[in-house]
Design a protein around this ligand. Structure first.
Ligand code: NI
Length: 269
């Protein structure tokens, strides 16, 4: 199911800072990924929580395959160009009645990446609605960096409660509802937020963070995985693909990478 996005759609992304919905697989296939995830949860417990939801594609072969699907990479390549690294993945699960929320923020303000050729593909593995806490985005906000302040709020999924201090123009806010198997794309600088899950169903998303190979860490050492094209820059340590789920080699690689990342990556939401 190759997905050709039109030049018009690319222009919408460049104007608004996000684009949705794009169907990248059938609802049935999304359901089979969800079943994979829930089988792992049944065996190993929750895969989410502050700092615990990152880079599971290094330890699960089905996620390693998912981040390389051409239906996802083709539209990402329209924005980032042909040489693409997967910098991170985050499982973003809100349980029914979960009071956790994400305050307004721009990812690139604390991700330590320059230049800002950073796109998140956010894949719905459940229905994602206003009621269960879909993302909302501020149209056009990727064009500038907004001031943020840390807040003390344990229900905020962001590690330091990073919050945009300026008022939000509600006329420019869009709610990104998705069906299972659909993605949204958003630029690393697009302001976004999400509400608690007020429904009786799980909200399950996978955020895949893609960067162009020309991007570099602003400080320290970091790692990423080449998923398309050629890396002529080698700004990031290359990560190894898993060959078996949660085997010792994969777990050691995940530990290595998370140790590198600990000082760099601050966000869960
Ligand atoms: Ni974010």
């Amino acid at each position: 199911m190759p997905l050709e996005i039109s030049d018009d759609a690319v222009n919408v992304f460049r104007r608004d800072g996000f684009l949705f919905p794009l169907r990248v697989m059938s609802a049935i296939e999304a359901g089979s990924y969800r079943a994979c995830l829930e089988a792992v949860e049944a065996e190993r417990g929750s895969l989410t929580g502050k700092f615990r939801s990152l880079k599971h594609h290094l330890v699960m072969t089905w996620l390693d395959g998912l981040i390389r699907r051409p239906e996802i990479l083709d539209p990402v390549a329209k924005v980032l160009g042909p040489d693409i690294l997967c910098w991170s993945t985050s499982l973003l699960i809100k349980e029914p009645g979960d009071g956790a929320h994400v305050s307004w923020h721009q990812d690139l303000t604390y991700w330590g990446l320059e230049p800002g050729d950073v796109v998140t593909a956010w894949l719905a593995l459940s229905p994602v609605t206003r009621q269960n806490g879909c993302m909302r985005m501020l149209r056009g906000s990727h064009a500038s960096r907004l001031a943020h302040a840390d807040t003390e709020d344990d229900s905020n999924l962001l590690s330091r409660g990073q919050t945009i201090t300026a008022g939000i123009d509600e006329d420019k806010v869009v709610y990104l509802e998705l069906e299972p198997g659909e993605i949204s794309l958003h630029h690393g600088n697009t302001a976004h937020a999400s509400d608690p899950n007020a429904s009786d169903e799980r909200r399950i998303g996978l955020a895949i963070r893609y960067i162009a190979t020309r991007v570099h860490p602003t400080e320290g050492q970091d790692s990423a995985m080449l998923v398309r094209g050629v890396d002529r820059f080698e700004h990031f340590d290359a990560e190894s693909r898993p060959t078996a789920d949660f085997d010792a080699v994969a777990m050691t690689e995940h530990d290595r990478v998370m140790a590198l990342r600990r000082g760099v990556m601050m966000e869960k939401g």
